[in-house]
Design a protein around this ligand. Sequence first.
Ligand SMILES: *[C@@H]1O[C@H](CO)[C@@H](O)[C@H](O)[C@H]1NC(C)=O
Length: 293
Amino acid sequence: MASALTVMFLGFFLWPSVTNAAAPRKPIDVPFQKNYVPTWAQEHIKYINGGTEVQLVLDKSTGTGFQSRGSYLFGHFSMQMKLVPGDSAGTVTAFYLSSQNSEHDEIDFEFLGNRSNQPYILQTNVFTGGKGNREQRIYLWFDPTREYHSYSVLWNMYQVVFFVDDVPIRVFKNSKDLGVRFPFNQPMKIYSSLWNADDWATRGGLEKTDWNKAPFVASYRSFHIDGCEASVNEKVCATQGRRWWDQQEFRDLDGLQYRRLRWVRQKYTIYNYCADRARIPTMPPECARDRDV
Ligand SMILES: *[C@@H]1O[C@H](CO)[C@@H](O)[C@H](O)[C@H]1NC(C)=O
């Protein structure tokens, strides 16, 4: 009896790892309401398909945003997004995790819009203990306004991985041994927003938002969260080894994932703070790991 229970218990925590693939499991369709609430300008959020899809609307008066109900310490967080189509120059659509205190941790996806038929830029960043300046920028290998694509973050004690669909586009390894702070003890909420940032976003602020093209609309669905909810029991979340994302195969990328990451580096990366000696004269310590890619 006891052993049967133990097996069930272990099975519960280890279940997704039996697939033996280092990619996080596929999200299922989760309605907005279950995990998220509007943060601001809630009249600019439109619910469609019974709340399984939402649209954020930006017009001259305001943008809008939403956030997760819970705070999480480690896990896998994903969202499917279809970005503002057409002339989206000046707009920024973001999907990020952030802790709430002053020396905060943050994991960012920011999509910088562009003029019609000009490429979006996906900028990522990582803040730890309030320190950021870790921007990387890529072009995508598809038009992110045509169809839904999934954007996700895998976060455990060993690494933070940014995925676009099944492709890891960035890894931030735990480099505590190199004296770099890693997000490990501050629960984060998940946020998304759409706003006007034409002071900096498109070609460094040269391209202004064309309000004649408003409203600007970004669409979302599949509000999957598989994290340890810290508001429920933070100590349990900090305990290592029990959840699927703690398991061996999620502690590092596998061979295929490294190959994909290198492909992104070679073909789509347009900026990497690790290589920007003009802006950051001394190479940040964690960049030593970046070179392994
Ligand atoms: C917008 O398009 C221009 C011209 O192709 C390009 O230089 C720029 O990187 C694109 N993206 C943004 C966000 O500026």
